[in-house]
Write a protein that binds this ligand. Structure first.
Ligand SMILES: Cc1cc2nc3c(=O)[nH]c(=O)nc-3n(C[C@H](O)[C@H](O)[C@H](O)COP(=O)(O)O)c2cc1C
Length: 410
């Protein structure tokens, strides 16, 4: 049994998850598209930003609490939307909902969950949003929006960076199927993971697209049929007109996930989006897309103050969160870190991942000389000047040039 208190950072959790999961499952979570350049850059870009601490500022009473769209959050760190959580633990999305709910952290539930959105909502009173893909069947999409409202989700988040699927070569090499199939090539590796195997044998029939339970033809598929069916649902012709439609149907906060281009950020604001989730899908879609944090700098230059800007991709440290918040993010989400925790110990593991990040953020703000994430300012970071793009940045009100200063402006 893994002793969670001996896992001190997200990398420790990752190593423990790697020991726990068969490589084809671990690779599915950990991998990215093609040469994984964007995946790696998501991490390394954070290391290119420096922090500017201030001392002797009385930081004895600190709190991570913040508010987003009028909802109180105990921390600006939440969980990114993902599907198929039962692949690594039988409690899947319920464990994530319970852990985030108990902590009062934001849970963005993925629409490809293995429990229905109603089942997930029922186990937690915590802040929850629902992620949507723009499915071809708009009637189906509308029905999910209505179900989200009825189940108490307070915002919807439309993932718009998956019109076409990224080429994830680890999965291709491993012959990944849903549910995974044990072949002669993978058998030894899988047999060496008895805990995962026991869980999996118990629940493999439930690794399904639970939100489509009532949709004719959606269930009862296995192996390559599941992935093929999921691909069929997506609409490569999705466009801004679909955002207009959703905007009319959903009167609560609407966010668009997958924005990296400042022009798209502007377009999203014009389309009535309340929030922009800067994301490259954790490096799983377009390899060569900018790292999330570099893209976020330009998005904030373009639309900061006009919409809430959130980010995910490569966040593994409380210092990463502090950097993003200093530049202007309202909240930061994490994908793989909670998967690692979930794989190791279900709800307790997700809680451990979030605890580690919250604890690091709390220390970081104290060391920077502030008592709340809301007090973080661009002056707390040194951003490489080349990350700003004067062409796409909003012209400053006073007519001066966009800040390219190493401390990133005021
Ligand atoms: C295993 C896995 C499954 C994912 N599934 C979805 C999904 O169904 N919908 C979605 O919008 N993003 C999905 N994502 C992307 C995440 O929402 C998020 O953008 C990404 O994980 C953030 O990067 P990080 O893992 O470095 O924190 C998935 C990511 C992973 C790792």
């Amino acid at each position: 049994m893994t002793n969670l208190t001996e896992l001190h950072n997200i990398d420790d959790l990752r190593r423990a998850a790697k020991r726990r999961l068969p490589s084809l499952v671990f690779d599915y979570i950990d991998g990215g598209a093609e040469d994984e350049v964007t995946l790696r850059r998501n991490r390394s870009a954070f290391q290119d930003i420096g922090l500017n601490p201030e001392i002797l500022r009385g930081v004895g009473t600190r709190s991570l609490a913040t508010t987003l769209f009028g909802t109180a959050l105990t921390s600006p760190i939440g969980v990114s939307p993902t599907g198929g959580n039962r692949l690594v633990h039988p409690d899947g999305e319920l464990a994530v909902a319970r852990a985030t709910g108990r902590r009062g952290a934001l849970n963005v539930v993925g629409m490809f969950s293995n429990f229905t959105l109603e089942e997930i909502a029922a186990v937690s009173d915590g802040p929850k949003w629902l992620q949507l893909y723009l499915w071809k069947d708009r009637g189906l999409l509308d029905s999910v929006v209505d179900r989200a409202r009825a189940a108490g989700y307070t915002a919807i988040c439309v993932t718009a960076d998956a019109a076409v699927f990224g080429k994830r070569e680890r999965d291709l090499r491993n012959g990944l199927r849903v549910p995974p199939k044990v072949t002669a090539r993978t058998a030894i590796n899988v047999l060496q993971r008895p805990r995962w195997l026991t869980h999996y044998l118990r629940t493999r029939d439930q690794v399904t697209m639970a939100n489509l339970r009532d949709v004719p033809g959606a269930m009862g598929k296995s192996g390559p049929q599941v992935i093929a069916y999921a691909h069929e649902l997506f609409d490569p012709d999705e466009s801004w007109a679909d955002i207009d439609r959703l905007r009319e149907r959903w009167d609560g906060p609407l966010l668009i996930k997958g924005i990296t281009h400042p022009n798209d950020a502007r377009r999203a604001v014009a389309a009535g989006a309340d929030g922009i989730m800067v994301s490259n899908h954790g490096g799983r879609q377009l390899d060569g897309a900018p790292s999330a944090i570099e893209a976020m700098v330009r998005v904030i230059d373009a639309v900061g103050g006009e919409a809430e800007v959130l980010i995910d991709g490569g966040i593994r440290r409380g210092t990463d969160v502090a950097k993003a918040l200093s530049i202007g993010a309202s909240a930061c989400l994490v994908g793989r870190p909670f998967w690692y925790g979930l794989s190791i110990a279900g709800e307790a593991g997700v809680d451990r991942a979030l605890h580690i990040l919250d604890d690091e953020l709390d220390r970081t703000i104290g060391l920077l000389g502030v008592c709340s994430p809301d007090e973080l300012r661009p002056s707390h970071v040194r951003v490489p000047p080349s990350w700003h793009d004067p062409v796409t940045a909003r012209p400053p009100v006073d007519g001066s040039a966009v800040s390219a200063s190493p401390i990133g402006g005021a």
